[in-house]
Design a binder for this molecule. Structure first.
Ligand code: ADP
Length: 279
């Protein structure tokens, strides 16, 4: 039993010819399988890139071409009200007005889709951007559009300068801050914007930003679906209305910068949206 338990290092019975052949065969099989898998993956990736591009192009063309007939529907409804309003009863006028509202809503949806598909197609223009400066301008503009609301935005430590597409990152912050104000029923809308530096296992450093609000919060089961295009959790006329594309656009911008976006939230208390940008 002692012999069986013995640990022997750097010594072995000589390899037999058939064992060596089997080991060589095994190695060449493994290399063959790995290479084949890598080739398959490369091909799938190529196809994915192509179908993504086609999808973006399709969304772009479809939304662009849909706008014209829709404008026609809107205009003709308004002509009908103008020219025949006097001979229509109240019910008829109200139906035409609904038709115009629906056409307007559809136009808003199409514009969002157009904007979204454009984001996937334009080249990123990467420049060193001082986020303090960018955020100052954004916050000023947002405060003007929500001037009836009491808004308290704090930035506990100065933000860094990062290499990014200034316009797109500006839009990302605008979307997230606007949501933090819109989906909020507290008398004072408190928003905190901050960041920290993080490193992954593969030694890639990230800027990790957060936008924290004291708003209505999001139930756990909805925390992923809100990033889907046109997904809203409320009727179109509640919480300031919107097309449900804001977060999909935010996600697209972060992904184009090779980062990630996610939310942590307690229903009824508030939400924190996080996103990362590689350094
Ligand atoms: P929209 O452009 O219509 O505002 P978004 O894509 O930005 O749509 O958001 C989708 C949904 O996610 C909203 O309908 C809302 O229910 C929810 N949501 C987004 N941001 C917040 C937030 N800060 N707090 C609570 N709910 C939010």
């Amino acid at each position: 039993f002692e012999l069986w338990q013995e640990t022997v290092q750097l010594k072995a019975l000589p390899w037999q010819r058939c064992e060596i052949e089997a080991a060589i065969e095994l190695r060449s099989n493994i290399v063959g399988i790995v290479l084949r898998k890598a080739e398959e993956l490369a091909q799938i990736n190529q196809e994915l890139i192509r179908s993504n591009n086609e999808l973006d192009a399709f969304a772009y063309v479809a939304s662009h071409d849909l706008k014209e007939p829709l404008r026609g529907i809107h205009n003709y409804s308004s002509f009908l009200i103008e020219d025949y309003g006097s001979i229509l009863n109240e019910d008829g006028i109200s139906k035409l007005q609904t038709l115009m509202q629906l056409a307007q809503r559809m136009e808003n949806l199409i514009n969002s889709l157009l904007h979204y598909s454009r984001l996937g197609r334009v080249e990123l223009i990467l420049n060193e951007t001082d986020l303090n400066e960018l955020l100052n301008t954004i916050i000023e503009t947002i405060k003007i559009s929500f001037k009836e609301q009491q808004i308290d935005i704090s930035i506990p430590q100065p933000l860094p300068s990062i290499k990014c597409d200034r316009i797109q990152i500006g839009e990302l912050f605008t979307n997230l801050i606007t949501n933090a104000i819109k989906y909020n029923n507290k008398p004072i809308k408190s928003i905190e914007i901050g960041w920290q530096q993080e490193e992954t296992f593969s030694h890639q450093s990230y800027w990790k930003f957060y936008i924290k609000d004291n708003g209505i919060g999001i139930r756990e089961k909805h925390q992923e679906v809100i990033f889907r295009i046109f997904k809203r959790l409320h009727p179109a006329n509640r919480y300031g209305g919107g097309t449900g594309a804001g977060l999909t656009i935010a996600q697209k911008i972060v992904e184009r910068h090779h980062g990630k976006i996610w939310v942590e939230s307690t229903y009824g208390q508030g939400s924190t949206f996080y996103f990362t940008i590689p350094q």
